[in-house]
Design a binder for this molecule. Structure first.
Ligand SMILES: [Zn+2]
Length: 162
């Protein structure tokens, strides 16, 4: 394919993943535009240019996706920027560090380690998950299901056009 998918996504400030949960080996994953998918279920094949969503089953060619859904700055830019500003604060950096070094088994345990309010930690976790920094791994214990936060990437390169 002559079309450079990654450049295209970057030029539109669309966050994508090339590895990790839900991402096929030849694929680039973005959050699905058809089903309010929060976590990179829409896989686009890097060379063939076909897309497929694991969550809702939407599929087709990348050019139709671009045309039909108008993947464009107006959809992503503003939200992306304000979320990014929130993302890059010290609390979140500290949170990632604690997850990596102390390996809390649940969000509750993480909040305790951070000495922070549970609800606000949950909100931060959701944001970090949305941008692909962490994954929540579901673990069943005797009485309940808990979500263990795990670091999804070792380094993050953020490119954005303004
Ligand atoms: Zn979908």
């Amino acid at each position: 394919m002559d079309f450079n998918l990654l450049n295209y996504l970057e030029s539109r400030n669309i966050f994508y993943r090339i590895e990790g949960k839900n991402v096929g080996r030849e694929d680039v994953a973005i959050s699905c535009l058809f089903c309010d998918d929060p976590s990179y279920h829409l896989n686009i094949h890097k060379t063939i240019g076909m897309y497929h969503c694991w969550a809702c089953g939407a599929k087709g060619g990348i050019f139709n996706l671009i045309k039909d859904k108008q993947i464009s700055k107006s959809d992503y830019n503003f939200e992306g920027l304000s979320a990014l500003r929130q993302l890059l604060n010290n609390e979140k950096a500290r949170m990632l560090h604690v997850i990596k070094t102390q390996e809390p088994k649940s969000i509750y345990e993480l909040a305790k380690k951070l000495k922070r309010n549970f609800k606000s930690v949950v909100e931060d976790i959701k944001l970090l998950e949305r941008f692909g920094f962490i994954e929540l791994v579901e673990e069943k214990t005797k009485n309940r299901v808990r979500h263990k936060p795990e670091i999804a990437v070792n380094e993050v390169i953020i490119k954005m056009s303004i």
